[in-house]
Design a protein around this ligand. Structure first.
Ligand code: UD1
Ligand code: CA
Length: 473
């Protein structure tokens, strides 16, 4: 199947979103609407991919270049409307179209669940019927806001009437335009040439081009087999509805693959996440980016994983883990914050109120309570006492802390990096470790205790008067 070109319309502001962010850059399941549509359209391998931009032009164009570096960016002028957008695209890619074969696909970019399969079926139907133009339609219980498909007595598609232009009878029609079309290139050129803005919104409607296409051949419609995939997003209520429905399907697909999801209503799994059999996901969890969870691991409740790798049998409870690797049977949480760059080996622990960043924790080592470990390597089978901090930042550089194997760190230690502590070391509670420590030593630092007897604390009433200077005398 050869597609000469795909034209993606992304110039609209999306006023109904009431946002300073262009509608197509809002996200569903961690990806922008634009990214999703471009992925699906690129699945067709079109000879040329044109994306029409206007509102927040630079932002949208930059996003297009990021997702589809080979796309042609088309600037729509000040004249509004989907029809005008296509005219502008044809002005730029028309010459290329003349020398290529296959039809042209035109699609809006506010339909985040549109997939390559649906597009392919539409094109196949268009070619099988030998149509001049074919529109992708669906039937909705609540068609409000959509253009309605108006058919004649024989059931042939006549035209599309927009919500704002529809009379009462037309508003009853539940079959709607999805804003995805296939045109023969010559038909699209001729049909869009004659558009005007004689309508309620005073815009050039692409829908009118479908009616014009009758002059050049048969105009058909293809009903999308799955209406959810072709629903558009015009406001944030629709966005939330589509996100929820899509997430529900993602959760169900994983359950069918052997993942236990206790409450799919409060579990959010993005498309690129990979889960294994017998993974258990507990309520209130967000699995994002390229997160991978291996067999038998338990995630949640209330856990966020972002680009995380969780190995077999690990537990991550009430925590946030980003760009980190959690080894088999490791125990994370509750209330643990793992910022990017951690590698925790098998049978390790990062317990309550522990924060880590670029920490490498070897096999069997435990950081159970209230600690910060950053830019550090702790070798195997060590134990870090509660309230321990690696002081990794001297105001200019981030410095490394190295702790050996089998080390027992007392409670409330401070490692002033750069510093290296050998293996088999024991440190006293409350130590400030500023200098390297030899293997198998016991180390503690002085912090002498002073006691003032019979001390009566000042109250607000008898607090000393005067300036700070006079008090000091
Ligand atoms: C459009 C269709 C309507 C259809 C609905 C499906 C028209 C006139 N109406 O209406 O029949 O049922 O989509 O969701 O086509 N855009 C531009 N330039 C513009 C205006 C819009 O590129 O000047 C782009 C938008 O960025 C968006 C798409 O075209 O991706 C659709 O625009 P939108 O304003 O959402 O059209 P609807 O009112 O939903
Ligand atoms: Ca729309």
């Amino acid at each position: 199947m050869t597609v000469a070109a795909a034209i993606v319309l992304a110039a609209g502001e999306g006023t109904r979103m009431k946002s300073s962010v262009p509608k197509v850059l809002h996200t569903l399941g961690g990806k922008t609407l634009l990214h999703r549509v471009l992925d699906s359209v690129e699945g067709l391998n079109p000879g040329c991919l044109a994306v029409v931009v206007h509102f927040e032009r630079n932002r949208v164009a930059q996003a297009v270049e990021q997702y589809s570096p080979n796309a042609v960016i088309v600037d729509q002028d000040e004249i509004p409307g989907t029809g005008r957008a296509v005219q502008c695209a044809l002005a730029q890619i028309g010459d290329r179209l003349k020398s290529s074969t296959g039809p042209v696909v035109v699609t809006a970019s506010d339909m985040p669940l549109l997939d390559t399969e649906t597009l392919t079926s539409l094109i196949e139907e268009h070619q099988r019927s030998g149509n001049a133009a074919t529109v992708l339609t669906t039937t909705l219980d609540n068609p409000f806001g959509y253009g309605r498909i108006i058919r004649d007595e024989q059931g042939h598609v006549q035209r599309i009437v927009e919500q704002k232009d529809a009379n009462t009878a037309e508003q009853e029609v539940k079959e709607v335009n999805t804003s995805v079309y296939v045109f023969e290139p010559a038909v699209l050129m001729k049909a869009t040439a004659g558009l005007d803005a004689d309508n309620a919104q005073q815009e050039f409607y692409l829908t009118d081009a479908l009616e014009m296409a009758h002059e050049f051949g048969f105009v058909g419609a293809y009903a999308a087999p799955d209406s959810l995939l072709v629903e558009g997003v015009n406001d944030r209520v629709q966005l939330a509805h589509l996100a929820k429905s899509h997430n529900r399907r993602v959760c169900e697909a994983w359950m069918r693959e052997g993942v236990t999801i206790l409450d799919p209503e409060t579990t959010w799994i993005e498309d690129d996440v990979r889960l294994s059999r017998d993974v258990e996901v507990l309520p209130g969890s967000f699995l994002q980016g390229k997160t991978v969870v291996e067999e038998g691991a338990v995630v949640g409740p209330y856990t966020t994983l972002i680009d995380a790798q969780i190995d077999e049998g690990a537990h991550v409870e009430r925590s946030r883990v980003q760009e980190s690797h959690i080894g088999s049977r490791a125990n994370i949480g509750p209330w643990t914050y793992l910022r990017p760059g951690n590698v925790l080996a098998e049978d390790t622990k990062a317990g309550a109120f522990v924060e880590m960043k670029k920490a490498h924790i070897d096999h069997g080592t435990k950081v159970p309570h209230l600690s910060y470990v950053g830019d550090a390597h702790i070798a195997e089978n060590s134990n870090i006492g509660g309230g321990t901090i690696t002081a990794n930042y001297d105001g200019v550089h981030k410095n490394h802390t190295e702790i050996g194997a089998g080390v027992h760190v007392g409670a409330g230690n401070m490692f002033v990096a750069p510093v290296t502590v050998g293996s088999g070391v024991t440190t006293g509670a409350g130590s400030v470790i500023r200098h390297d420590v030899e293997d198998n030593s016991m180390v503690y630092s002085e912090n002498s205790q002073h006691e003032v007897e019979n001390w009566t604390p000042h109250t607000a009433d008898d607090a000393p008067q005067g300036t700070a200077d006079s008090q000091r005398k």
